[in-house]
Design a binder for this molecule. Structure first.
Ligand code: DSN
Length: 443
């Protein structure tokens, strides 16, 4: 149908499918949802307006949408063991904004992990609305790459935030929810755990849950949880004890006070499908393998003398620290890997000496390649390719003068594209991806 009605878009989707098929997707926040999730996402449910909540909508004709949303809610509550779940947020950033609207007044102090130390934009980064509407205080990492809980406590006592975020986007270690809860209790703050990156690991039983420690939990649904793009806000029993009005406040904050209108019902249905899948025993095996793969990859890289932030990983992601070779090398490695067929992203490292656009590290993870069925043996191969490509870029040096950088990088890309090692690895990756097809491709 699409092929005939809109061949341009059809072709581009096909090309993207081909790109995904023939490369290794190692951005740790990306994953492949099941065909069933995609089916729900592409359904007629997208036609319906349904502002409000099940049983109290602003439009008629919502009897089936209500049932779908109730199923998604019940599944989220069961999977994460919480008394309340709101499945309507369009994605992670609006979900986090709704939490602010529910529990903070503009201008109040909030605290979160520094973006440059693995936190998220919405946890108070100055360029984000959360850093403009609120006075944000950031905590960071120790030199060893682990969270500096002493600093968290000192800052909390000094600034008395209304809300403390824990959880990040580029933190390879277990989040110490209990310690965060103690600090939040000491200063009377709400503790909000943003588990977007690790939701699938928590659901699969391979990362501890914040359910006994946080008051509120937010998560996206498309990362390790392997659902469609979307998000969920949950309230814990602890949160309800702290603030018996919290559910009402969150409902209102999502709609009508927040930044969204009608829920995306096709997305809600797809979230429900993904939550059901995450309750299956097979999902526990998947989550375990994600972590096993990340740990093997970390060990293999370390054996090859490659430095990792915090010396390894407890979860699905790794941060390669290229600073022993020089400043700002992340972009060189990211681009060289992309040419060879491995998709990752450049990332800052603790005590970053360069800038967020030209950082000195690289973030990579195992959720998507594990969905393709890759295991220990493939991780060893990937480690050897990473080592070979790091060798190729380690002597690059980012020009100090900002004006010269663009030109230097263009030259670098032209040069690296033609190196034999890149061709060779690209060929090997093509062969590997043939053996591990993405389970659910095909428009
Ligand atoms: N963009 C997401 C990530 O890559 O971690 C966070 O929002």
């Amino acid at each position: 149908m699409l092929e005939k009605s809109d061949p341009e878009i059809y072709k581009l989707i096909e090309l993207e499918e081909e790109r995904q098929s023939h490369t290794l997707e190692m951005i740790p926040s990306e994953n492949y949802p099941s065909k069933a999730v995609l089916e729900a996402l592409g359904s007629i449910l997208t036609s319906k307006y349904s502002e409000g909540y099940p049983g109290k909508r602003y439009y008629a004709g919502n009897q089936f949408i209500d049932e779908i949303e109730k199923l998604a809610i019940e599944r989220a509550k069961k999977l994460f063991g919480v008394p309340y779940a709101n499945v309507q947020p369009y994605s992670g950033s609006p979900a986090n904004l709704a939490v602010y609207l529910a529990v903070c007044d503009f201008g109040q102090t909030i605290m979160g992990q520094d973006l440059l130390a693995g936190g998220h934009l919405t946890h108070g980064w100055k360029a984000n609305l959360s850093g403009k509407l609120f006075k944000s205080v950031s905590y960071s990492l120790n030199e060893d790459g682990y969270l500096n809980l002493e600093e968290v406590r000192d800052l909390a006592k000094k600034y008395l935030p209304k809300l403390i975020w824990c959880g990040g986007t580029a933190y390879p270690r277990e989040i110490p929810f209990k310690e965060f809860a103690e600090i939040a209790e000491e200063v009377g703050a709400y503790l909000v755990a943003d588990i977007s990156h690790i939701a699938g690991l928590i659901a699969g039983g391979v990362h501890q849950s914040p359910v006994f420690f946080a008051d509120i939990i937010t998560t996206t649904t498309h990362k390790t949880l392997r659902g469609p793009r979307g998000a969920i806000i949950m309230v814990t029993e602890k949160g309800l004890r702290k603030d018996p009005e919290i559910i009402k406040k969150i409902e209102k904050a999502v709609f009508p006070s927040g930044c969204q209108g009608g829920p995306h019902n096709n997305q809600t249905a797809a979230i429900a499908v993904a939550l059901k899948e995450a309750m299956e025993p097979e999902f526990r095996n998947y989550a375990r393998q994600v972590v096993t793969n990340a740990k093997i990859l970390a060990e293999e890289l370390k054996k090859r003398g490659i430095k990792l932030v915090s010396g390894g990983t407890d979860n699905h992601l790794l941060l390669i620290d290229l600073s022993p070779f020089g400043k700002g090398l992340g972009i060189f490695l990211q681009d060289a890997l992309e040419l060879a067929g491995i998709t990752t992203n450049k990332n800052t490292v603790p005590q970053e000496k360069s800038s967020p656009f030209y950082p000195s590290g690289l973030r990579l993870g195992t959720p998507a390649i594990t969905t393709r069925g890759m295991k220990e043996e493939e991780m060893r191969k990937i480690a050897s390719w990473l080592e070979a490509i790091i060798r190729e870029i380690k002597d690059c040096s980012l020009p100090e003068e900002k004006e010269r950088r663009k030109e230097y990088l263009e030259e670098f890309r032209k040069d690296i594209r033609n190196r034999e090692v890149i061709y060779k690895i690209k060929e090997e990756i093509l062969n590997l991806t043939e053996d591990f097809p993405i389970p659910n491709l095909g428009i």
